[in-house]
Design a protein around this ligand. Structure first.
Ligand SMILES: Nc1ncnc2c1ncn2[C@@H]1O[C@H](COP(=O)(O)OP(=O)(O)OP(=O)(O)O)[C@@H](O)[C@H]1O
Ligand SMILES: [Mg+2]
Length: 343
């Protein structure tokens, strides 16, 4: 899977710009030159959304009525998909694949990719929401049917939340009971994803000769009886407060690096940890027969020269398309196989 070429029209600062892309792309340029914009456009044609904003109107160049990004994606050596993602000022988004309108979900299912940005520092050191999402994405890569567990669980959260807010308690026991097996299954899948990631992370750190083992801890209750008991225990307080207090959407996902809570690590260690988690994600996707595109936006800035070189060599080893942005050029000696886009 790779992006063969990409064109941007009225996308952020660019009126019109296009590139043919090789498998190893490095985007260089000063602040504000549009590096992240190009990385964002790449992720947009693969997954139908921006990694910077939920509001695609922001991506339309000031003064322009609409924007689009167009790309030819190579699924294997011969199969090509032409994908266009367009957006207008009304907030409408249109996705075309080979000139036919498709949903975002079908785009994501067909075009695997991994994005590593400075936001991943939050994934490592911030609140557990991003870590839960990370594990869910890994679990989804392992088995797409996971969506058939997550979707009804999220519906349950919505229904239960509405019921608790309304102050009516009839139907709560029934709702909880239906969610019990979903709760256990989500935790089991996340556990599997966490084990796969930490094992892969160890291999990545080992290859880079960096002493930075990761451990992921999750709530241990996966047994129906235990889950039922916890739901019952919290029922009174949930009614009192009018909100949910228990379930996988609230689970703590504790990440430690080198045996210490990750948030206690240094910025460089956290950035490197985040990068290794994303490399682990890419290598797991690839094992599942889905060679993803790896997009790394400025994650290297927090690392010192030695770590940066190690991170780069990890990226260089990946037999997949990588698109990275840097605002520094001098310190690194790029190999001849690298395509440099200087903005
Ligand atoms: N909708 C828009 N219309 C016009 N210009 C925009 C729009 N959105 C963003 N920009 C501008 O595009 C420029 C490039 O932004 P971008 O984030 O891609 O730069 P960058 O090269 O990644 O910079 P940095 O090194 O600081 O990360 C910025 O100056 C930004 O203000
Ligand atoms: Mg940037």
């Amino acid at each position: 899977m790779r992006i063969k070429n990409i064109s941007l029209r009225n996308f952020r600062k660019f009126t019109e710009i296009s590139f043919d892309l090789s498998t190893r792309v490095v985007i260089l340029g000063p602040n504000g030159s549009g590096k992240t914009t190009l990385a964002e456009a790449g992720a947009l044609v693969l997954g139908g959304r921006s990694f910077r904003t939920a509001d695609l109107k922001e991506c339309i160049r000031e003064g322009a009525p609409y924007a689009f990004v167009k790309a030819v994606l190579l699924l294997d050596d011969i199969t090509e998909n032409a994908v266009t993602v367009g957006m207008d000022r009304k907030g409408q988004r249109k996705i075309l694949r080979d000139e036919r309108s498709v949903t975002r979900r079908s785009l994501v299912a067909a075009h695997p990719f991994v994005v590593c940005t400075q936001e991943d520092i939050d994934m490592v050191a911030g609140s557990p929401k991003r870590r839960r999402d990370f594990l869910d994405k890994i679990a989804m890569g392992h088995d797409r049917d996971y969506i058939d567990i997550l979707t009804p669980y999220l519906r349950f959260v919505k229904q239960k939340s509405a019921l608790l807010k309304s102050g009516r308690s009839g139907g709560l026991t029934h709702l909880n009971e239906a969610a019990v097996p979903l709760i256990g299954e989500i935790r089991r899948r996340r556990r599997m994803a966490a084990d796969a990631v930490t094992a892969r992370f160890a291999g990545v750190a080992d290859r880079a000769s960096v002493d930075i083992a990761a451990e992921i801890r999750l709530p241990s209750e996966t047994d129906d009886g235990e889950i039922r008991a916890r739901l019952r225990e919290r029922a009174a307080r949930e009614k009192e407060r009018g909100c949910l207090l228990y379930g996988p959407h609230l689970d703590e996902v504790h990440l430690s690096l080198k045996g210490r809570a990750a948030r206690l690590s240094s910025s460089g260690e956290i950035a490197f940890g985040a990068f290794c988690l994303r490399i682990a994600e890419a290598s797991l996707l690839q094992d599942g027969g889905w060679p993803p595109v790896f997009i790394a936006d400025e994650i290297f800035s927090f690392m010192d020269a030695e770590r940066r070189a190690k991170a780069w060599s990890l990226l260089d080893e990946l037999p997949i398309q990588t698109i990275s942005t840097f605002h520094r050029e001098k310190e690194h000696r790029w190999g001849s196989a690298v395509q440099m886009i200087k903005l």
